[in-house]
Design a protein around this ligand. Structure first.
Ligand code: HPA
Length: 235
């Protein structure tokens, strides 16, 4: 049944879903990497496409920016459409000097100040973590491609325009690899519903060196990440 935010018919969403924040990236990735992509959702402009990758059905659906937005789409995809494997593909800011723009970061776990699940966990500091099988396959795919790839703890922030530089400093000092805004809640939801989740991220900017990927190069770096995610899902 269509949900408040997804108008796809039952059966139009694959069990494997890639979730970029940007709906236009969902369109680009589906048209570039999937066979026979077709638009299955455009409610509120949040584009979702379903096609096949090497014969396997895949949906690529925008999540929007931030955990509250991702939570809406991931909840509906899981509980109403039967999604089982959810892989976030997106950009992040690097937090270690050893990491460069264009590198890939795979989130083994995701640190936060809070998530939309805070009200459920109450006094528990639940540790949102990736599915190990997906993680291992993504690392294998990235190494085979020769993409410089880092695996570890990431920071899912609530704000892009952060008025607390001390928080970034603490994250950096505790070895956090990069900052983005969605993975922790995706991992929480996957744990709650018995799904597999992973975040594969391209470094678009650097919080220490302040280097940023020129927009002309964003597409090709993004493409490596999409292929790593697809190979992780179906290896
Ligand atoms: N902060 C939060 N999210 C991000 C960043 C950042 O610096 N870069 C890419 N996504």
């Amino acid at each position: 049944m269509p949900t408040p935010h997804i108008s796809a018919a039952q059966g139009d969403i694959a069990e494997t879903v890639l979730l970029p924040g940007d709906p236009y990236r969902a369109k680009w990735a589906a048209e570039t990497f999937l066979d026979n992509p077709r638009l299955v959702n455009e409610v509120r402009g949040m584009l979702g496409y379903t096609g096949t990758y090497k014969g396997n059905p895949v949906t690529i659906h925008g999540s929007g920016m931030g955990m509250p937005s991702l939570s809406i789409y991931a909840n509906e995809l899981i509980t109403e459409y039967g999604a089982k494997t959810l892989i976030r593909i997106g950009s992040c800011g690097a937090m270690q000097k050893s990491i460069n723009v264009r590198d890939v970061i795979i989130g083994m776990s995701a640190t936060t100040l809070s998530t939309p699940s805070r009200g459920i966990f109450k006094e528990i500091n639940f540790a949102p973590c990736a599915d190990y099988g997906l993680l291992e396959k993504a690392v294998t795919a990235a190494r085979a491609k020769g993409t410089p790839t880092h695996v570890g703890n990431i920071y899912s922030a609530d704000v892009f325009y952060d008025e607390r530089p001390d928080l970034n400093e603490i994250m950096i000092r505790h070895g956090i690899l990069g900052v983005e805004m969605e993975a922790a809640e995706l991992y929480n939801l996957a744990a709650r519903h018995g799904c597999r989740a992973l975040a594969v991220l391209t470094v678009s900017d650097h919080l220490i060196t302040h280097e940023a990927l020129p927009s002309s190069e964003r597409e090709s770096s993004f493409g490596d990440m999409v292929e790593i995610a697809l190979q992780a899902a179906f290896a």
